[in-house]
Design a protein around this ligand. Structure first.
Ligand SMILES: [Zn+2]
Ligand SMILES: [Zn+2]
Length: 245
């Protein structure tokens, strides 16, 4: 009888039907390891110490307020953060999350963003999450949008909606990687658009998997501000270290 099935049996059954993997070592997880394996949980390193007051990038000393990138250019978003530096095992993990079908890692990264970003999120009080949209063609090829997977889970835990259709990608842009700053900006010109007649709430949180130079998030901020938002922040799963650009 259904009522006799224990919680453990259910989670055992779910593991067989939907095996989940540790986001760092990719081993199969047991029901007692809900988000990552015990070994990786012990080795996990969140960003600590001084960070850029604008983008949250780790800084080598606390004598400066901003990272090189944020000192050179003004951003349209107010501020943002990421729990992890994009390198080593995190970099490998994000690559699998993005390109190798591991959409399930979104549960771990959304929980990490929530926990790490609690002090910010409590003050910002976003009313809507806008994940960085991908072009429908890329969506068809990949089967999911990793930013949207993150955004949906984070929105559910914050009890706010996630905009999955209101803001969309108009151009199938080239990947930003390897482009110069001005090429990045041109590549993204008019890349995003809002559905006609859409009016977004005042306080919006943008969500993405990696933050590099902020060009993508600036372009998206512009679109979101044009659709009625007044204050825009971001949360990313990871951020490239200073020397990466
Ligand atoms: Zn692991
Ligand atoms: Zn910065």
């Amino acid at each position: 009888m259904l009522s006799k099935i224990t919680r453990e049996q259910v989670s055992g059954l779910l593991e067989i039907l939907y095996p989940r993997h540790c986001p760092f070592c990719d081993r199969l997880l047991s029901g007692r390891e809900p988000l990552l394996c015990r070994r990786c949980a012990g080795e996990l390193k969140l960003i600590q110490g001084p960070v850029c007051q604008k983008c949250g990038r780790p800084l080598e000393t606390d004598t400066l307020e901003y990272c090189d990138n944020c000192r050179r250019k003004e951003h349209l978003f107010i501020r943002g953060f990421a729990p992890f530096t994009y390198r080593g095992r995190v970099q490998d993990s994000i690559t699998r999350f993005k390109y190798d079908g591991r959409a399930e890692y979104a549960s771990f990264y959304a929980a990490a963003i929530r926990k790490f970003g609690e002090p910010f999120l409590n003050v910002w009080m976003p009313e809507l999450i806008v994940p960085v949209p991908i072009h429908p063609e890329r969506y068809r090829k990949r089967g999911y949008n990793q930013a949207e997977e993150l955004g949906k889970r984070l929105a559910a835990s914050l009890h706010i909606p996630c905009a999955q259709h209101e803001i969309f990608r108009r151009k199938n842009t080239r990947p930003q990687k390897g482009l110069t700053p001005s090429m990045r900006r041109n590549n993204l010109q008019n890349a995003f658009a809002a559905l006609e007649g859409i009016r977004l709430p005042e306080r919006v949180l943008l969500v993405d998997d990696i933050y590099t130079t902020g060009t993508t998030l600036d372009a998206l901020t512009e679109t979101v501000l044009g659709a009625g938002a007044r204050k825009v922040w971001f949360a990313c799963a990871s951020i490239a270290p200073g020397r990466a650009f």
